[in-house]
Design a protein around this ligand. Structure first.
Ligand code: 5GP
Ligand code: MG
Ligand code: MG
Length: 191
C-alpha cells in the first residue's frame, strides 16, 4: 500500500469485478445499438479504459474536460468547457462516464449541456457515488460503488493532481492534507 494511504476502500480486484458486471449489463441494455462513451477528463480515464473493454458493442470513445468557475472549494455548478467533443452527437446514444458523483452540481450542468445537443439517448454511469445529499439531482443509471462521504483518491481520482495512478480507491492520511504537498513529491526516482 502507498505510504500516504490510510485505508484501501475498494481493492483493484473489486473494481475489476464490478467493471466487468457493468460492462455486461450495458452490453445487454444497448444490444443491437452502437454507443458513444463520453468520458470526463481526467478522473474517469482508468474507469472508461477498463469499462470500454468490458462492453461488447460497436463503441466510440470521446472525452470532455470541464472545470467549475470560481475559486471556492465548493463547485459552483457553472462549468467552463476546456475540451469539447470532436463532433455532433445527434443520432448517437451517449453514455457519460464519470469517476465520482459528489454534490452533483458539475454533472447536472454537463447533462443539461449534452441534452441540448439532442442525442438519441443519454444515460450516466459513475464508478463511485457519495453517500450524501445531492445539491442537484442527476439521473444515475449505472454506478459501481456507493461510498461514505470521505475524500478518496486513486484509480483516476487525484489530490492536487497526484495519486491518479493508484490501482485502488483509498482514503488519504490526514498528514497529507495538513502538509502542502504530497510526501511523494519530495522523492526522486533514484532514492
Ligand atoms: P460535484 O459532483 O460536487 O460537482 O463534483 C464532482 C467532482 O469533484 C468529481 O468529478 C471530482 O473531480 C471531484 N470530487 C468529488 N469528491 C471527490 C473525492 O472524494 N475525491 C476526489 N479526488 N475528487 C472528488
Ligand atoms: Mg469527474
Ligand atoms: Mg480532482
Amino acid at each position: 500500500m502507498h505510504q500516504d494511504i490510510e485505508e484501501i476502500l475498494i481493492s483493484e480486484a473489486e473494481i475489476q469485478q464490478k467493471t466487468l458486471e457493468l460492462g455486461k449489463q450495458i452490453s445487454v441494455d444497448y444490444a443491437g445499438k452502437s454507443l458513444l462513451l463520453l468520458g470526463t477528463l481526467k478522473g474517469a480515464v482508468p474507469f472508461i479504459a477498463d469499462l470500454a473493454r468490458a462492453i461488447d458493442l460497436p463503441l466510440e470513445l470521446d472525452y470532455m474536460a470541464v472545470s467549475s468557475y470560481g475559486a471556492s472549494t465548493q463547485s459552483s455548478g457553472i462549468v467552463r468547457i476546456i475540451k469539447d467533443l470532436e463532433g455532433p452527437i445527434d443520432h448517437k446514444h451517449i453514455l457519460i462516464i464519470e469517476d465520482i458523483i459528489d454534490s452533483g452540481l458539475t454533472l447536472h450542468y454537463l447533462v443539461d449541456l449534452i441534452q441540448r445537443r439532442n442525442p438519441l439517448s443519454l444515460r450516466l454511469c459513475s464508478l463511485l457515488v457519495k453517500d450524501r445529499p445531492r445539491l442537484k439531482d442527476v439521473p444515475i443509471d449505472y454506478y459501481g460503488f456507493r461510498i461514505p462521504d470521505k475524500f478518496v483518491v486513486g484509480y483516476g481520482l487525484d489530490y492536487a493532481q497526484y495519486y491518479r495512478n493508484l490501482p485502488y480507491i483509498g482514503i488519504l492520511k490526514p498528514s497529507v492534507y495538513e502538509g502542502t504537498k504530497p510526501e511523494t513529491e519530495h522523492q526522486s526516482p533514484a532514492e
